[in-house]
Design a protein around this ligand. Structure first.
Ligand SMILES: Nc1ncnc2c1ncn2[C@@H]1O[C@H](COP(=O)(O)OP(=O)(O)O)[C@@H](O)[C@H]1O
Ligand SMILES: O=C(O)C1=C[C@@H](OP(=O)(O)O)[C@@H](O)[C@H](O)C1
Ligand SMILES: [Mg+2]
Length: 174
């Protein structure tokens, strides 16, 4: 059983995923970190050199492999849901949590970030709104649970996720 987190850049997948894994006492893996280890360079560099399509191919291979591992928490990259194979693998091999936020909140969080290639544009807020419009239906299609992440702290979100997973009977209650 793989517990994965999906959502737009900045929604907290990496941050919440790491804490969730600690709480569930499971290994944590972030598909972007696994991709960077495999490529030997940053995702931003790879995007600039090889383009997005090539990145998506590698992302799909990595997600297929990671979702066949022993139980763990998997934080995905924001574009993982673009491929239907990824949506299917994530959904059928575990439970998927969509961290949902407004484009405005995400823009506020990532305004000064230089690591996310898709947001290195003249108007990142409009880009974030476009990404939301394109991807929100895909996140919802992939997800078993949707959590609004605007206000709650990371610790509260972790509590909410654990409660949902306990109610669903996929992690032991304590
Ligand atoms: N619930 C939250 N409340 C406030 N800030 C958050 C929350 N979740 C994440 N952040 C912050 O937002 C930024 C992006 O988080 P990150 O985990 O890298 O997102 P993702 O992996 O989804 O792109 C980080 O600076 C993180 O500390
Ligand atoms: O939204 C996207 O298409 C991407 C999001 C990034 O991950 P985060 O969602 O952790 O920023 C990373 O996978 C890559 O830059 C592409
Ligand atoms: Mg991340």
């Amino acid at each position: 059983m793989i517990f994965s987190l999906v959502g737009l850049p900045g929604s907290g997948k990496t941050t919440v995923g790491r804490q969730l894994a600690r709480r569930l006492q499971l290994p944590f893996v972030d598909s972007d970190h696994a991709i960077e280890a495999r490529l030997g360079c940053s995702i931003r560099e790879f995007f600039e050199r090889e383009g997005e399509a090539r990145f998506r191919d590698i992302e799909q291979e990595v997600i297929d492999a990671l979702t066949q591992e022993t139980p763990r928490v998997l934080s995905t990259g924001g574009g993982a849901v673009l491929r239907s194979a990824n949506r299917q693998h994530l959904r059928s091999r575990g439970r998927v949590i969509y961290l949902k936020s407004t484009p405005e909140e995400l823009y506020r969080r990532l305004r000064h970030d230089v690591h996310r290639p898709l947001l290195q544009v003249a108007d990142p807020l409009t880009r974030m709104r476009d990404l939301f419009a394109e991807r929100d239906p895909l996140y919802r299609e992939a997800a078993h649970f949707v959590l609004e992440t605007g206000r709650p702290s990371v610790a509260t979100l972790v509590n909410m996720i654990v409660m949902q997973l306990e109610l669903a009977g996929v992690v032991p209650r304590h």
